[in-house]
Ligand binder design. Structure first.
Ligand code: ADP
Length: 587
């Protein structure tokens, strides 16, 4: 049975079970890939979160450094001049361009310690500067006073703090003392600035840097330091403004809370980007606390993912899983249809094979019938022929002219019938089984044909030529019959008065031998060029040319048995060319 193209794809179409196996394996692989990518996307998400958390905390820390530097710069101003006037200070702060360069800094100020005995004089002196109602606040009596002397920009909000004694407030006092005793910048805890109003109330904090008279030793005690203290350069910060100065906007990809001090105390939270601050954010998908120290305080940044936080990486597993499943289903569908097509193709091939066998049987039966009938017909025909001959020999003188004519007609008819029966026998005997393939010399074959046809060649003065014919693989007897039939026809189908010229020529092709039997006869019209190879096809009456109409069909059968081709072409100089192609290799 012939194999189809699909049969040549062994792994793709074993059967339906194979398709199911492939389906389950591919679904397994897809789910595996989705699972791995889920882990991978989780890792990418986490790394992104870690990085962003670091960025946020580093941004806060480095911003605090900027603020610290600008305060230290102001300290330098007090060291550079014995007396720094209000306008000197104003000019210095104006140069800093707080709103542009140090956003989030509510202002830059200078507070000084005031001896309780000097308090009234001090207030008078400032009032004389043009601040009529100036007084140190709060007004209750105490042992130690301080007062905000300068605070720039001196806008309405900062004017609320003018004269305020920060030392009177516990949280501020702690930071002011720490600044004095360390000689370094020191931030307060969370406070509400005196600048705050009812509107947009924010939490805040302050950073202090002490200004000492020249020549203070690093080893000096707190008391000595307080005696040498000129004042504090400081800066107030409002929590939200401070963070907006750092981040540029409240819209951040992750949420965070900024604490000064312990994270567990709600009151320590300076700023929260969350709409629901102080909930238990540790339950969020990602949560991280980053602590750092600066300006004498411990800062804590708690960063956590938003409930809606999801980068594209989160969708990878879904995309991979979804696409993978679509491909798996398509692959399954492909394999099932492949299997279906293979079955159909197999069925078709089986049907064709059966039909071929049936045809061969019918053919064999028909040729057997033709062979037996022809064989059985020969016997009575021989009897008729013998009796007619006997009758002609013994009684021809007793029969009149008409009787002799009838006897001659019967004799000719029986001869023709005998030739026809012989031709049918020859045709029906032809079959693959009767062939013997060998290497044969076609020059020699031609010589034998010329000898066989000698008397006709001489009679008709035929010029039969051939040259340089090859050795080929084939059945000697049938090939001899093939060329003999074609040469005989070349001699026979001629116009009167023409000397027949028959040439056998050869051309070697890559895959096959090409022979041409060329004659100068009557030629064959185009519409008959295929028909002449059919059995009993004759183009002329027996009166014109003798024949059975089987010769060329025998030629066709012989060529077919050699897996070749035969066709007739017109000879450009008149006559016909019978072209035969015989494969070099016989199967
Ligand atoms: P037949 O026994 O009649 O020659 P063939 O099968 O050999 O039978 O030829 C079939 C018909 O083809 C012939 O009757 C003839 O008309 C035509 N034919 C065959 N060979 C030639 C040829 N060389 N030139 C012209 N006609 C031909």
């Amino acid at each position: 049975m012939s194999s189809t193209f699909l049969d040549k794809l062994p792994f793709l179409h074993r059967n339906v079970a194979f398709a199911w196996t492939v389906f389950f394996v591919s679904v397994g692989l897809t789910l595996g890939a989705a699972y791995i990518s889920a882990g991978f996307s989780e890792k990418v998400e986490k790394e992104r979160f870690e990085l962003r958390s670091q960025e946020i905390s580093e941004a806060i820390n480095s911003r605090l450094n900027y603020y610290k530097q600008s305060l230290i710069g102001a300290v330098g101003l007090f060291h550079a001049k014995d007396t720094v006037t209000r306008s000197d200070f104003k000019n210095y702060v104006a140069e800093l361009k707080l709103s542009e360069n140090l956003r989030g800094m509510q202002g830059l100020g200078y507070a000084i310690p005031v001896d309780p005995q000097e308090k009234l004089n001090f207030e008078k002196r400032i009032a004389q500067e043009g601040f009529k109602d100036f007084e140190i606040t709060p007004s209750h009596r105490r042992n130690f006073y301080s007062a905000i002397l300068y605070l720039e920009p001196f806008d309405w909000r900062n004017q609320r703090a003018f004269g305020y004694d920060m030392f009177s407030n516990d949280l501020r006092r702690v930071a002011m003392r720490k600044a004095v005793s360390t000689g370094k910048s020191s931030a307060s805890g969370i406070i509400t600035l005196v600048q705050e109003t009812e509107q947009d109330m924010q939490k805040g904090f302050l950073i202090y840097v002490p200004v000492f008279r020249k020549g203070i030793s690093e080893m000096a005690t707190y008391e000595t330091r307080m005696k040498q203290l000129k004042g504090w350069v400081y800066s107030p910060f409002r929590g939200k403004d401070f963070m907006l100065g750092i981040l540029g906007s409240e819209d951040v990809d992750y949420e965070f809370d900024l604490f000064i001090g312990d994270v567990n105390k709600k009151e320590n939270c300076l700023y929260s980007s969350s709409k629901v601050p102080f909930e238990n954010h540790t339950e969020r998908k990602f949560y991280k606390e980053i602590a750092f120290e600066n300006v004498g305080q411990k800062f804590n940044v708690c960063v956590y993912s938003k409930p809606t936080n999801a980068s594209l990486a989160v969708f990878w597993p879904m995309i991979i899983g979804g696409l993978g499943l679509v491909i798996d289903i398509l692959l399954f569908w492909f394999l099932i249809s492949l299997e279906k097509s293979r079955k159909q193709a197999k069925q078709l091939a089986e049907t064709l094979e059966q039909q071929k066998k049936d045809l061969e049987n019918v053919n064999w039966g028909l040729s057997q019938f033709a062979y037996l009938t022809s064989h059985d017909l020969q016997e009575p025909l021989r009897t008729v022929t013998s009796y007619v001959e006997l009758f002609q020999q013994d009684y021809s003188d007793q029969v009149d002219e008409k009787g002799n004519f009838i006897l001659t007609t019967i004799s000719n008819a029986t001869k023709r019938m005998s030739a026809l029966i012989k031709a049918i026998l020859d045709y029906s005997r032809l079959g693959k089984a009767g062939l013997t393939y060998s290497r044969l010399n076609t020059n020699q074959l031609m010589q034998e044909i010329a000898i066989d046809l000698q008397s006709r060649i001489t009679c008709t003065k035929t010029q039969l030529n051939w040259s340089d014919l090859p050795q080929i693989e084939g059945d000697y007897t049938t090939l001899k019959q093939l060329f003999s039939n074609l040469i005989s026809n070349g001699i026979k189908y001629q116009n009167k008065d023409t000397i027949p010229q028959v040439t056998v020529r050869y051309k070697e092709k890559r895959q096959f031998h090409q022979f041409e039997v060329v004659d100068n006869g009557i030629g064959i019209k185009e519409e008959y060029r295929e028909k002449v190879f059919e059995v009993f096809q004759r183009l002329h009456t027996k009166g014109e040319y003798e024949g059975t109409g089987i010769g060329l069909s025998i030629c066709k059968k012989i060529v077919d048995l050699h897996n070749g081709e035969i066709r007739v072409l017109p000879n450009p100089s008149g006559g016909s060319i019978f072209q035969i192609k015989i494969p070099k290799k016989q199967l």
